[in-house]
Write a protein that binds this ligand. Structure first.
Ligand SMILES: [Zn+2]
Length: 279
């Protein structure tokens, strides 16, 4: 997550405070927008964190858990420094992220490199898929300055509680350079995770740490921040998203793997241009 340009003061809190809500286990704020992929598929991005909501057959459930619990191999955790930020619409950002089962020196080096690139790009949070590694790891420091604030590393995180209270916040994302927009999320969350040594722990996050965590957690679920924006907000950044899609196509020579399809504002602009000069 990139540093936001403006803040809502009521949402800011650098302290970890207790959760007061007994809200539900389901991720609130279900995604409202469908994005179209170049192969003709469409999907609503899934933010589920645990078992399926609906009753499913035993066979289906076993399959789901197997995929969810797939553990990363050494090759999945192989990297070269310096790390580079993966930008939208690279399909790496939508790929499944595997659990980390090995807590070794390589993992510590990866975490160090992730903090390094995060600080260099003025970020306050970064997930592993954003540097090309599809594993369930995130780092963040809400202060965004090396040597200040608290560096937080969460491995294989899960959310056990969300607050009922929802707040708006102007978010940025290192995978969407220069794009900032309002996103609504729960004000606080309770998280279970492992630390860099592999030890399990739980933490209650609220305010900005909860905001950054949820943004990065979405990355680990293959979701991106614009998936959660209202149609009105999305319209304001539609042209910027399409510009990134074109940049990807120009750079790689491949069609964009997904395309924004809800650009009403741009459609109106195009109509205005088409009508220019008419009597
Ligand atoms: Zn991001």
């Amino acid at each position: 997550m990139a540093c936001a340009t403006r803040f809502q003061p009521s949402t800011l809190s650098y302290a970890f405070s207790p959760i007061v809500s007994r809200r539900a286990r389901l991720p609130p704020n279900p995604l409202r927008f469908r994005h179209f992929f170049s192969d003709g598929r469409s999907r609503f991005c899934n933010t589920m964190t645990g078992a399926p909501v609906m009753e499913v057959s035993a066979k289906t459930r076993r399959t789901f858990l197997f995929k969810e619990d797939e553990v990363a191999s050494p090759a999945d955790l192989s990297f070269e420094a310096p790390l580079k930020i993966v930008e939208y619409p690279d399909p790496i950002l939508r790929a499944r992220n595997k659990l980390i089962g090995t807590f070794d020196e390589n993992l510590k080096k990866l975490v160090d490199e992730m903090f390094d690139v995060m600080y260099k790009t003025d970020g306050i949070g970064l997930s592993a898929p954003q540097v090309g590694l599809n594993v369930r790891l995130m780092v963040f420091n809400p202060v965004g300055e090396r040597g200040e604030g608290e560096e937080i590393v969460l491995i294989n995180p899960r959310v056990s509680k969300y607050s009922k209270k929802m707040v708006l916040f102007n978010e940025g994302c290192l995978s969407f350079p220069g794009i900032y927009a309002d996103v609504e999320r729960p004000e606080s969350v309770k998280v279970d995770a492992r630390n860099i040594a592999g030890a399990r722990f739980s933490v209650n996050l609220s305010g900005l740490p909860a905001r950054v965590f949820q943004h990065e957690f979405d990355h680990l679920q293959g979701s991106l921040f614009f998936d959660r924006m209202t149609e009105e907000v999305l319209e304001n950044i539609c042209a910027d998203l399409r510009a990134l899609e074109k940049k990807y196509e120009d750079t790689t020579g491949f069609p964009s793997p997904e395309k924004i399809d809800t650009c009403k504002a741009q459609s109106k602009a195009q109509k205005a241009v088409a009508g220019f000069g008419r009597p």
